[in-house]
Design a protein around this ligand. Structure first.
Ligand code: PEP
Length: 249
């Protein structure tokens, strides 16, 4: 099986007004001028998905959402469905981010339902998993992370494009990162579950690392066994930083 291109995806979280599209345009201009080894995606807040997709149409940077509702439509005030994201031009969606698992009590079962919604709408899901600091200190990291992978990935993903993102909760937005050995240990464990679940196909699913990735640490993290890309928060907001990470993939 050929190794898929790494995926470098930016998660803008709740950041960005129209003027921020200039950063996305700058990323796209550089990517289109010199196509990198990695696939590149930006996931802006829902308010910018359509405008960013329009601004980047036809280029090498894909646009994604940061969450979706499991249902396609209905009386769910304030929510956005996978179909709505696709209608806006998104081709990917981040699901189960720890900020949603913690802030909105998202369970593995709900993340699995949202994953089915993403597939229904033709979106490529990026499904996030990761342990808290307390869980790591209690030596429960592998148990927690592999449990989240088993619970959040429905069997319907077989034959579909998707990625898993390992994001230790304590490394997100903190400037802290696990050691390379710790990253490898978790990615190898996730890979084993993917192979157990999806057979040979599971060997090719990109497993992104996320948590304080920046240009200065991207090369060493992306070189770790079974790291197939990065999910980048803060450093994806500025084109220069994000391009610095993309260049190291
Ligand atoms: C994230 O929110 O997915 C993330 C990895 O954030 P940061 O890169 O800022 O740690």
């Amino acid at each position: 099986m050929t190794t898929p291109r790494p995926l470098i995806a930016g998660n803008w979280k709740m950041n960005g007004l129209e003027v921020a599209l200039d950063e996305a345009r700058a990323v796209a201009a550089a990517v289109d001028a010199q196509p990198p080894a990695a696939r590149v995606a930006l996931c802006p807040p829902a308010t910018l998905v359509h405008r960013m997709a329009q601004a980047l149409v036809g280029g090498g940077v894909a646009v994604g959402g940061q969450d979706c509702r499991a249902e396609a439509s209905g009386a769910f005030t304030g929510d956005v469905s996978a179909e709505m994201l696709a209608d806006c031009g998104a081709t990917l969606v981040i699901l189960g981010h720890s900020e949603r698992r913690a802030g909105y009590d998202e369970t593995d079962a709900l993340v699995a339902a949202k994953t089915l919604a993403a597939l229904r709408a033709g979106l490529e899901p990026i499904i996030c998993v990761g342990e808290t600091l307390a869980e790591r200190e209690a030596a429960r990291t592998l148990e927690i992370v592999t449990g989240q992978v088993r619970g959040s990935l429905p069997p319907e993903l077989a034959g579909k494009a998707f990625a898993v993102a390992y994001e230790p909760v304590w490394a997100i937005g903190t400037g802290l990162t696990p050691t390379l050995a710790q990253i490898e240990e978790v990615h190898v464990a996730i890979r084993a579950v993917l192979v157990e679940r999806f057979g040979a196909e599971g060997a090719g699913v990109p497993i992104l690392y996320g948590g304080s990735v920046k240009p200065s640490n991207a090369a060493e993290i992306l070189a770790v066994k079974d790291v197939g890309g990065a999910l980048v928060g803060g450093a994806s907001l500025k084109a220069e930083d994000f391009l610095g990470i993309i260049a190291r993939a």
